[in-house]
Design a protein around this ligand. Structure first.
Ligand SMILES: [Fe+2]
Length: 242
């Protein structure tokens, strides 16, 4: 049998053939990699979401993965597209939400009533995004659930979405089955309802927006700042348009 040895002398030229490396950090039980087309170092820190280290919450993710033929921005716009929650996902009431931007971060709070066998329960959805593809969404109401939604563009118009769910313990235990499982199933159902739309919609630079369409223009102004060819002066102007 042929014997393999560990290479002791690596020719300097071989080191030069390294094409690129991604700066990485481990946070939130995930590995985050930074990609910049011009090789710039990360522009901001990765957040640690408090639920991840909170002993009141479970510590093992339930994970799901979706491959979607869509631009990452079109997918992210879903979060501020108020009208679609009722008409695509059939949520009980028309959502009312507040969105706030802080540099590369986006925060939103949305009132969300949930239909249960015992009637409608008032709930809340709290969203935090850090940059174009890192999202933490907490669903409060019946069984508190955290969703880390991590979107990675892998080619033009192709993304991988990874969903990692955690739930808050009830009487010291992570809920199994029941309402907790139903909430996760419902969120996965919603993304499956969105995918055919994301894969077929056309991006309109100047969409015709009605009052109830949600704060799409503000979302786009912030998202524009994630592009490398975005001029710094425009970036500052965009961030002042809150
Ligand atoms: Fe959606």
């Amino acid at each position: 049998m042929e014997k393999y040895h560990t290479q002791k002398n690596i020719p300097p030229k071989a080191k030069e053939t390294q094409i690129f490396k991604y700066p990485t950090v481990e946070r939130n039980n995930l590995i985050y990699a930074w990609y910049h087309p011009n090789g710039e170092e990360p522009h901001y820190e990765v957040e640690t979401y408090e639920e991840i280290t909170d002993p009141e919450w479970g510590d093992e993710f339930q994970k799901f993965e979706y491959h979607v033929d869509c631009h990452i921005q079109d997918m992210a716009e879903n979060a501020v597209d108020a009208a679609h929650f009722k008409y695509v996902h059939g949520v009980v009431s028309y959502p009312e939400f507040e969105v706030r931007y802080e540099d590369q971060k986006r925060f939103f709070v949305q009132a969300a009533n949930m239909e249960t066998p015992r009637g409608v329960v008032e709930g809340r959805i709290i969203g935090r995004s850090n940059g174009p593809g890192d999202n933490a969404t907490k669903f409060e109401g019946i069984c508190d659930t955290l969703l880390l939604g991590s979107t990675t563009p892998i080619e033009d118009e192709k993304c991988v979405i990874r969903f990692s769910f955690l739930q808050k313990k009830v009487d010291g235990k992570v809920p199994e089955g029941g309402v907790g499982a139903a909430i996760i199933a419902d969120i996965n159902k919603q993304v499956k309802e969105d995918i055919p739309i994301w894969e077929n919609k056309k991006f309109a630079l100047k969409p015709v927006l009605c009052d109830m369409d949600g704060p799409i223009a503000k979302f786009r102004r912030q998202y524009a700042t994630f592009y490398v060819d975005y001029d710094e002066a425009q970036r500052i102007a965009a961030l002042n348009l809150k």
